[in-house]
Design a protein around this ligand. Sequence first.
Ligand code: MN
Length: 311
Amino acid sequence: MRKIALEEHFMAPGFDEYEGDVKNMMNPEAYREFALRLPEFAELRLETMDQAGIDVCVLSQTSPGLQIETDAPKAIRKAQEVNDFLALEIQKHPGRFAGFAHLAMQDPKEAVKELERCVKQLAFRGALINGHTNGVYLDDQSYIPFWETLNELDVPLYLHPASSFDVPHMFAGHPELMGPTWGWTVETATHALRLIVSGLFDRLPGLKVILGHMGEALPFMLWRFDSRWEISKHSKKLDKSLSQYVRDNFFITTSGACDNAPLICSIEAIGADNVLFSTDYPFESAQIAADFIEKASISEDVRKKICYQNA
Ligand code: MN
């Protein structure tokens, strides 16, 4: 079955300084393979896509990228550079690659300008942001014009994980729980919930946010969110139940979660129209991701939606 994948990463030239703590979390052998594949756009990547039956990959600069740059003018300049670089790579392989903008959220006004340029001039499909930017989350009031622009352009924001700004005490003595094993899930799911409880989706009900990794566990939690929100002293601040925002404003991908049980849970919880295929290349095997979705115990209609129609 044809497939479109949306969480597929690259490393732009000159971006090695923004690998953050990712390298240190992995064993050297695994990282060598990633370091080989991340900057590569031709044989390795296309061969992997062909073998896995993936027609189109929407590419994004790997995490954390410019989200950890503390020099705002430099971040603005480098965001333009990486987006121009990606646009050229997309042109070299027509029909195989598309792009998500990488944005310097250090300066919300410049992020708006660059998002507009990327969507209108470079034909990118939206933006992918690697979590908070130096500790500032996307529910910050300064980002309202940015969300308004996403809404006007009718493009999604892919909210991708990164490490939390500081190390929460709950991880004390167990750094092995940080990173993609668990810490990123807590961080990113919390970021998504911050967007909901900030009232962002009451203000702009048409916004579309994509979460990877089978929704960062949110689909599993919906009943409990509603039950406990209802008795919360804060519940009056929102128009709808928490679960309704997850269903109305969030789309999730299967990136890095090749497992039937959470897939079935997600389809049941948020609907087959809100689940999309992805692989998290090169950090996960595109072949395993493809085999998983091809063989998952879902109807052919649902498989088509997840593999390409919803994208
Ligand atoms: Mn990823």
